[in-house]
Design a protein around this ligand. Sequence first.
Ligand code: SF4
Length: 277
Amino acid sequence: MENHREREEGALVYPVYSRRSRGLSVGVNLFPDRKVCPFDCPYCEVFPFTTKVRFSTETMARALRSVLIREREEGALVRDICFSGNGEPTLSPWFPEALEAAARLRNELVPRADLVVITNGAGLPDRRIFAVLRDAARGPEALKLWLKLDAGTEGWYREINRSSIPFAVLLGKIREFAGEAPVIIQTMVCKIRGLPPPPEEAEAWETTVFDLIMGCAGEGERSGTGVQGVQIYGKARPAPQDPLAAALEVSFLQSRALSLKKKLEKAGKGLPVEVFA
Ligand code: SF4
């Protein structure tokens, strides 16, 4: 069970059990005072809140150190340190230094844990952030980037992400990034206004992800760049905009994953395509 309530009370660091990490994940929240995100996904789990807590990398690093030490003393296995929190972490002005601090603490205290950033890609058009993420993903930090791609068509993107960033711009940046660094694609599959994604959307998403994988599979495969896996996940927790978004049957998600897997296998490309319902 994931429990993110602490971060809406201003926590900078919050341990959670995460289904996608398959264990204990220590979250880092760069937005303790309010949600900051250019997307407005109807399934978003961040409830409206404000606090007077301000972020500082020093305070975050202190809290992270003490949580990692406590978990270690209690014999818990920390699977990852994960930047997500109340919005899009790459848009925080503290993101680069906070990432550096978290990488240092990971190396010192939980060297086998992953360092993860969950992102919707909104920071990629910023060249500096693009470079920070790319270098961390390719460098000794071995940053794992879980990159959101919920739609294959402009129409579904408007429904499911309601983002201020044009779809073509975002897709272009995702393609560029995957050509230079490893990424894991994450896709939410759920109903919006009572309806599942239409068949043409499912087809377009599959083609987009397939092309993304194959397009970065040449030199990328050898140099460790490109798409390393696909995670399809369903709506599992309450959201403030319920019932605008609603869960679909697990079989619906599984059939999307199976269809992509078959297409990849036909092309001779084996890649994990996982479902988290
Ligand atoms: S991108 Fe993430 S934080 Fe932003 S609205 Fe969507 S689910 Fe919420």
